[in-house]
Every structure is written in structure tokens, then in C-alpha cells.
Ligand binder design. Structure first.
Ligand SMILES: Nc1ncnc2c1ncn2[C@@H]1O[C@H](COP(=O)(O)OP(=O)(O)OP(=O)(O)O)[C@@H](O)[C@H]1O
Ligand SMILES: [Mg+2]
Length: 484
């Protein structure tokens, strides 16, 4: 995130333009864009991230073309200030209310007024942002059922009823048991797993089952951020600490004091930042950017990575000492294909979740659908299953089951895997038919496994070459025929 604040000024009044350009200089960390009319302002709003918009009253344009009204709807986090003449007080105040603007300015005004109001407005937006984060955490912390093992038929009630771990496999049961132990301690936790396996969900489960559950949990994605930006997000910065720092920023380590900080994609941090993080873990010291003051914070770190940190350590790309610090507990979430028992319960859970969201009655999925889901390898893991179910719920008929035709092409066409048991039970009416079918299946599979090297297969199955050739002929087996 950049610390430069972008201000859009929409006015054709040269005095307004002058006051704004005097007040909002680049040295103080502002980038100002001037537009003479609403049309230009709307275009710019769509093109760039604007933090604040200062607008003259636009009496002559329609509501749809009014930049201030539109910015309220389409750019909710952008602060708004409205300017008008004393003569237009009634209309101005109505628009001020209508657009939930932060303040109004009565013309003529001077640069100092603009500077003060803009600063206050930006501080206000930052506070609102923090407040949003905190109240979200608070709401979630009321739900301590996040570790629940079985959706158990009913998924109604509770505030964040869908924020919980669903599983049926022994491997997940084991992992969750370990996570519960970790939750009760104060030790750092490192969660590893492929994309979409539920690392963030598990992190939240740990926090909300820990003694810190009534303090905030804040998350930070460490991927793709420059060191300064990451530093400022985690450790904060002081006003004037560097060009562009127009207000103090409370870093997440301080904001989460007493709680938990979740560092996502922790493998991505630079060697320099690894040092800073290590120091924090060792001393609990927080030095905001641009400040000499050393503050303290007591947070528990849960980090996540979809790469093996141990491998990165071996390759010299991640500090060993930091790795040991982060890995108080190491929890590895297996990919979904390694725990097919979870697919039915997750599917049912997501059906109820999304049917509830869109207000539809969907009874569940047919057994054919379930079989296909169990066959599909799910490279995107639980997230991919969730999106698939969400889509199917949207297209399924009201009051019916989700059937094969609702599945997406790639899943419908996933080849049936060899799952043993029923799938292996040969077809056929009589015993002779069944045995022949079984023989045919075995031959087809062995041949394909050995790339139709008939001598090898004959030897392996204890047949003569001629015997094998006869059977191939009898069953009409052909290379690339896809018998298996
Ligand atoms: N066991 C589970 N029970 C219920 N929902 C789950 C489970 N595992 C994952 N999910 C859901 O799957 C989605 C992806 O999970 P999450 O964001 O935690 O994955 P992630 O491992 O952090 O992925 P990424 O590496 O891509 O960031 C979320 O919507 C989450 O709620
Ligand atoms: Mg994640």
C-alpha cells in the first residue's frame, strides 16, 4: 500500500483550485488531480484509487452523472468534502447529507481551511478502517464453535455459522486435535499446506480457541509488498516519519496487542525483513518507521505458507533461526485428494451454506455427483470444491437435488479412479460373466500399465504369449481403447 494520498478536486472555480493546490502539496504526501467537470471526475475515479474527493456542488448534472453521488455508491471508502456558496446553502446541505460527506466548505475559503479539513477527513477514514477491522474480529470472536467436527445436520444459529472447520477424515481429526493443543499455548504456529486447503481458516480457529480469543486477530499478507510498506503495516509509522506519512499509523503488531497476528505467505518476506521479524519475535519490540521510541507488544504469531519453509532454509533462502522461531507448532494440512472422506461432508456443508446465501431450497447432491467429486483431483483443494458447489447451487432447480448435469465440464469428465471396493466389483449376470469381466478388466489394466508390452504382461500374469494374445482377441482388447 502506498502512503501517498490521492485527492481529486472537481471544480471549475479558479479560487478553489488555487486554495487546493496551495494546501495539498506533494511534500506533504498528497497527489492532487484536478477535474473541471463531473464527467472527468467519474472517469478518474474509475481509473485510480482516490482517497478523498473535494467537489463543487454540481447543480446542472443529473444524479447519474454526479461524481459525488456516484463516489458514495461505487467508492465507499473514499472520503468526501463538498464546497458551495453561501447562497446555495440549502441545496449544498441537502447534497452534503445525501452523500454522507465528511464536511462542507463555504466559499470563499483559504488554503489552511482545506488543509485542515482534508487531514481530518483522512484521519477519520483511517479510524473507520480500523474500526471495521476490529468489529469484524469482535463479531467472529463470539463464535467459539469454529473447530466443530461435524456439521451435524443443522447449520443454523450462531453468528458466523459458516466459519468453521468441517471434516470427517482421521487425518484432519488428528490435525485438529494438535491444533487445539497448540491453541491453548502461547507458542507461534506455522501452518503449511497447498493453496485452498484452509490455512487461514485453521489460523482463525486457533485464535478463537486460544486464551487470546477476546483480543483481536489481525491478518497480513506478506506477499508482494515492499519492505517499507510491510514494515509500516506491521510496525506502524509516525506522522512525518517519511515523506507521505501524513498521520500516525498504528501497525498491526500494536493493534493486535494481547491478541494474534496472522502472517500469510510468510515465505515471501525479504532477507532484511526476516531480520526485523526475528527481532520482534525475540524481544517483542516495535519501532514504528520514523520513530526512535521503542514500544512493546504482546502478540502471538501464526504464520502460513504454501511452500515448505524447511526447503527454503535448506536452499539458504529463509533464515534458519527465524524458521525455528515461527515453527513452535508445525501443522501441515493435507491436500483434499489425500482425504476423500472429507468431500461428502464439505459438499453438504457448502450446499447448505450457499443455498442459505441465495435463499434457495436445494436438497443436496445425488450419489453420482458425489462419486464424480470424489474422483476429481481438486488442484485448488477445498476452495475449488467450495466454488464448484456454489456454482451448482446457483444453477440447480428450486427444491431439487444437484445432478450430474450441474457439474462443470472438467469435473464431470474426470476419469473414474480405481477406488477398490464397489468400483471393482465386476458386472455380469452369471458367475461366468462376472469372472470374464474381471479377467478383461485385469488384462486391460495390466496392458495399459506396461504400454502393451505383451511379453512383460504375459510373464507377470503367468500366461504364455500365445495365451495372452488369445485372450486379447477374445475380449476385443485394443490399444488406446480406454477399457480401464
Ligand atoms: N475444513 C474446512 N471446512 C470448511 N471450510 C473450509 C475448510 N477448509 C477450507 N475451507 C474453506 O475453503 C476456502 C479456502 O480456505 P483458506 O482461505 O483458509 O485457504 P488457504 O489455505 O489460506 O488458501 P491460500 O493458500 O490460497 O491462501 C475458505 O472459504 C474456507 O472457509
Ligand atoms: Mg490463505
Amino acid at each position: 500500500m502506498s502512503n501517498i494520498q490521492t485527492i481529486l478536486v472537481k471544480s471549475d472555480d479558479s479560487e478553489v483550485v488555487q486554495a487546493a493546490s496551495q494546501a495539498l502539496s506533494e511534500v506533504e504526501g498528497f497527489r492532487v488531480i484536478f477535474c473541471e467537470n463531473d464527467q472527468c471526475a467519474l472517469r478518474r475515479l474509475d481509473e485510480i484509487d482516490v482517497n478523498l474527493i473535494l467537489c463543487d456542488l454540481s447543480s446542472s448534472v443529473s444524479e447519474k452523472e454526479n461524481a459525488l453521488i456516484r463516489s458514495r455508491l461505487a467508492h465507499a471508502s473514499c472520503a468526501r468534502i463538498i464546497a458551495f456558496e453561501r447562497d446555495a446553502m440549502d441545496e449544498g446541505l441537502a447534497m452534503f447529507e445525501r452523500t454522507a460527506s465528511f464536511m462542507y466548505l463555504i466559499k470563499p475559503f483559504d488554503a489552511e481551511q482545506v488543509r485542515i479539513v482534508v487531514k481530518r477527513a483522512l484521519e477519520h477514514t483511517e479510524l473507520a478502517r480500523r474500526h471495521r477491522i476490529l468489529s469484524r474480529e469482535l463479531k467472529l470472536s463470539l463464535d467459539d464453535d469454529i473447530f466443530e467436527r461435524d456439521p451435524g445436520g443443522s447449520v443454523s444459529g450462531g453468528i458466523s455459522q459458516f466459519e468453521r472447520m468441517v471434516y470427517a477424515s482421521p487425518r484432519m481429526a488428528e490435525l485438529v486435535a494438535e491444533a487445539k493443543i497448540a491453541a491453548r499455548t502461547n507458542m507461534p504456529v506455522l501452518i503449511q499446506g497447498a493453496t485452498g486447503t484452509g490455512k487461514e481458516l485453521l489460523a482463525r480457529a486457533i485464535h478463537f480457541n486460544s486464551p487470546r480469543m477476546n483480543s483481536p486477530m489481525h491478518s497480513q499478507n506478506c506477499g508482494g509488498l515492499a519492505d517499507d510498506a510491510l514494515h509500516s503495516e506491521l510496525f506502524g509509522h509516525v506522522r512525518g516519519g517519511f515523506p507521505g506519512a501524513i498521520a500516525d499509523r498504528l501497525g498491526l503488531f500494536r493493534a493486535a496487542d494481547g491478541g494474534t497476528v496472522f502472517l500469510d505467505e510468510v515465505s515471501e518476506i525479504s532477507p532484511q525483513f526476516q531480520v526485523a521479524l526475528l527481532r520482534f519475535l525475540q524481544e517483542g519490540e516495535v519501532k514504528p518507521l520514523g520513530s526512535d521510541k521503542v514500544l512493546h507488544s504482546d502478540v502471538r504469531i501464526i504464520s502460513a505458507s504454501n511452500k515448505s519453509l524447511e526447503k527454503l532454509v535448506e536452499q539458504g533462502r529463509f533464515r534458519r533461526d527465524l524458521y525455528y522461531r515461527l515453527r513452535g507448532f508445525l501443522l501441515e494440512i493435507p491436500p483434499l485428494t489425500d482425504r476423500p472422506e472429507d468431500i461428502p461432508v464439505l459438499t453438504q456443508f457448502f450446499v447448505e451454506k450457499y443455498a442459505g446465501v441465495v435463499g434457495r431450497r436445494v436438497l443436496g447432491v445425488t450419489s453420482d455427483v458425489l462419486k464424480q467429486l470424489e474422483n476429481y483431483p481438486f488442484p485448488g483443494n477445498v476452495r475449488e470444491l467450495e466454488t464448484e458447489v456454489q456454482r451448482m447451487v446457483a444453477v440447480a432447480e428450486q427444491g431439487g437435488y444437484i445432478a450430474l448435469r450441474h457439474l462443470s465440464e472438467k469435473i464431470r469428465q474426470a476419469p473414474a479412479a480405481d477406488k477398490g471396493g464397489e468400483a471393482w466389483f465386476p458386472q455380469g449376470a452369471t458367475l461366468k460373466d462376472k469372472v470374464e469381466n474381471l479377467e478383461k478388466t485385469i488384462l486391460a489394466r495390466e496392458l495399459s500399465e506396461h504400454h502393451w508390452n505383451q511379453s512383460r504382461v504375459a510373464e507377470k500374469l503367468g500366461l504364455s504369449r500365445v495365451g495372452l494374445a488369445n485372450k486379447i482377441k477374445r475380449y476385443g482388447l485394443r490399444r488406446d481403447a480406454g477399457h480401464v
